[in-house]
Design a protein around this ligand. Structure first.
Ligand SMILES: [Zn+2]
Ligand SMILES: [Zn+2]
Length: 448
């Protein structure tokens, strides 16, 4: 059932109890109006029934709150799991980013190496160019000397060499040159050997650079793979975030429901209070009518000699607070507290036979307090038993209740256990006696 449905039912019920209360006015309630009405109409008293129904609805709402709370707990667990998954993914991303940093350091080193090698190659190329110049110059001076030789008449040899323009072509005729100019031959051969060494060094450097370029490509491939992994992980992170957002939405909805049920219960409790106030008003009215109609004078309570009621907490007889003015207010009953042994959890019993006409439960704050937690108007968990002759008895601040509405009880029937629920500064039983709807001093009825 949705919250709105419950609201609609509630307003209908409210209308019902107003009608029933009007019926109650006609029947003229005596002490909670229960017995009179039950006898006249063979029906439960309207107000008490409505209170009981409201109690039931509040219980149902509390059940729904508990269900939503369980759902909320499950959602929170799911959210925690998603958060853990996200944390794990973020941890992986962090690890891979650290690896990328290492690859970047490698790449920086490799790039530096490539640059250094290029520098060496540039230097070698400059050396090679210089060597070429040296060789060319050596050749020139050689040619000049040959020309000089030609001028002096060594014709056949000179013309053979001067005619060749290609240096390498000339080298092929080295045996000839060797015979002509042994000194120049050695010079040029030396230069040529150096040239070959330079060129070979350059080849080595170029192949070294190629290897470095290969390493660079390899590292860049690794880096690209890492980047792909991070992208995949980021996609998963987005998925967990989306899942978390969905769970959060559900949790928000559950919280909203819980708050709605709580607000509904608060208004139901207020309604119960209004009904209780109306019952008291009716009772007061009935008492007044009785008093004005009767000519016989009832025996005053002060002359009562005791023995009507049994003791409400067998084994515990310490009165911590009597009936009467207390803290500037009327204390409408007596408080029976721990004397020698602890009264907490002791059984409280019906002081006379009768019918259970009110049961209020739901208070869980069973401990002493310095102020009221407001539960059930301060009485905490309590029971009202209606007896013959217009008497009702109240047993308040109970830890637990073991009777239900409408139950017939005998003297000594256990009603519940003594506690400290509601506005209670310590474990005790607040025992009240009502006669024709008004609280009276319980002491004479208990023979004290
Ligand atoms: Zn409470
Ligand atoms: Zn009290």
């Amino acid at each position: 059932m949705s919250v709105r449905d419950t609201h609609m039912q509630k307003s209908k019920k409210k209308h019902d109890w107003v009608k029933r209360l009007k019926a109650l006015t006609v029947c003229g309630a005596v002490a909670f109006g229960v017995l009179t009405c039950t006898q006249q109409f063979g029906d439960m008293p309207a107000s008490a029934k409505t209170i009981s129904q409201l109690e039931q609805e509040i219980k149902e709402n509390n059940q729904k709150i508990q269900e939503q709370q369980q759902k909320l707990d499950a959602l929170k667990q799911d959210m925690n799991k998603q958060q853990e998954a996200e944390d794990a993914l973020q941890e992986q991303i962090k690890t891979i980013n650290e690896k990328i940093s290492l690859v970047d350091v490698q790449l920086t080193t490799i790039n530096q190496q490539i640059e250094d090698t290029q520098g060496e190659i540039d230097t070698l190329e400059a050396d090679i160019a210089q060597q070429q110049i040296d060789i060319d110059q050596g050749l020139d001076s050689f040619k000049k000397r040959l020309r000089a030789m030609y001028v002096t008449g060594n014709d056949s040899l000179a013309s053979a060499l001067v005619g060749s323009t290609d240096f390498y072509d000339m080298l092929s005729k080295m045996d000839l040159i060797a015979r002509v100019a042994d000194h120049d031959d050695k010079l040029v051969t030396g230069l040529m050997e150096q040239m070959e060494q330079l060129k070979s060094s350059k080849e080595q450097l170029v192949s070294k650079q190629n290897e470095q370029e290969l390493q660079k490509v390899e590292q860049e491939k690794i880096r690209a793979d890492y980047s792909d992994s991070i992208q995949e992980l980021n996609t998963k992170v987005q998925q967990t975030k989306a899942a978390q957002a969905e769970l959060q939405e559900e949790a928000d909805a559950a919280n909203k429901d819980i708050n709605a049920y709580k607000a509904e219960n608060a208004s139901k409790e207020k309604e119960q209070d209004q009904i209780m106030a109306e019952i008291k008003r009716q009772q007061a009215l009935a008492t007044k009518q009785n008093n004005s109609q009767t000519t016989t004078v009832t025996k005053p309570d002060t002359t009562y000699s005791g023995g009507r009621f049994a003791w409400p907490v067998p084994g515990h007889y310490f009165i911590s607070s009597p009936y009467g003015n207390r803290w500037g207010k009327m204390h409408q009953g007596i408080d029976i507290a721990s004397g020698g042994s602890s009264i907490s959890g002791a059984a409280t019993v019906a002081v006379a036979s009768g019918t259970v006409t009110l049961v209020k439960t739901g208070c869980t704050h069973n401990y002493k307090k310095t102020r009221s937690c407001g539960c059930n108007g301060g009485y905490g968990n309590y029971v009202v038993v209606t007896h013959a002759d217009g008497y009702s008895t109240l047993y308040a601040h109970l830890a637990s209740v073991s009777v239900s509405y409408g139950q017939t009880v005998s003297t000594g029937t256990v009603l519940g256990t003594v506690g400290s629920t509601g506005w209670s500064t310590g474990f005790h039983l607040h025992f009240g006696v009502m006669k024709n709807g008004s609280f009276v001093n319980p002491a004479p009825y208990l023979g004290i």
